[in-house]
Design a protein around this ligand. Structure first.
Ligand SMILES: [Zn+2]
Length: 172
């Protein structure tokens, strides 16, 4: 089992930035570092990838990798600071992507206790459309919500734990 793990955003693109200056690309990097270690411990081969210039690099690298699963980790953001919760996105024609999204979403709710926004079908996301392996994009929590920002910053391991448990559920 080989997993292509993409920490969302990177290089000149910070992703969403909270009012206090927390950058999405730093949060996703931290969560993915913890998650990669857990997966490797579990016997899974992990390719960690964070873009340096453009998100086209991600699908290009994934296409060459021969990965069995693709997982992209992000933080959500919205103009209204009250927006909150977890959602996991998958590409409409991928049954395995949908099943993986369901497993990750369920376990992320278990581990974080955050609001369940459900799994979302998204045909517009490049990393879901242009990747070969069953793919999901995880919106871990809202970096624009002060309480969830605190959690993303101080407890990245609970997000890594949730995604890890979801991947394990999918594999077994
Ligand atoms: Zn993002």
């Amino acid at each position: 089992m080989k997993i292509f793990l993409n920490a969302g955003h990177g290089g000149p693109d910070p992703g969403a930035v909270s009012k206090s200056g927390l950058k999405e690309k730093d949060v996703t990097k931290r969560i993915c570092e913890i998650l990669a270690e857990k997966l490797r411990h579990f016997g899974v081969e992990v390719i960690e990838f964070q873009e340096q210039n453009s998100y086209f690099e991600i699908s290009k690298a994934e296409n060459k990798s021969g990965a069995d699963l693709f997982v992209s980790v992000h933080c959500n953001s919205f103009s209204n600071a009250a927006a909150c919760g977890v959602e996991t996105c998958y590409f409409p024609t991928s049954a395995n992507g949908k099943r993986l999204a369901g497993c990750i979403q369920k376990e992320l709710i278990n581990y974080t206790g955050l609001v369940d926004r459900g799994c979302k079908m998204r045909r517009d996301l490049h990393v879901l459309k242009a990747t070969k392996a069953p793919a999901v994009l995880v919106e871990t929590a809202f970096i624009s919500n002060p309480e969830e920002e605190k959690l993303l910053k101080s407890r990245p391991e609970i997000f890594a734990d949730g995604i890890f448990a979801g991947i394990k559920d999918y594999i077994s």
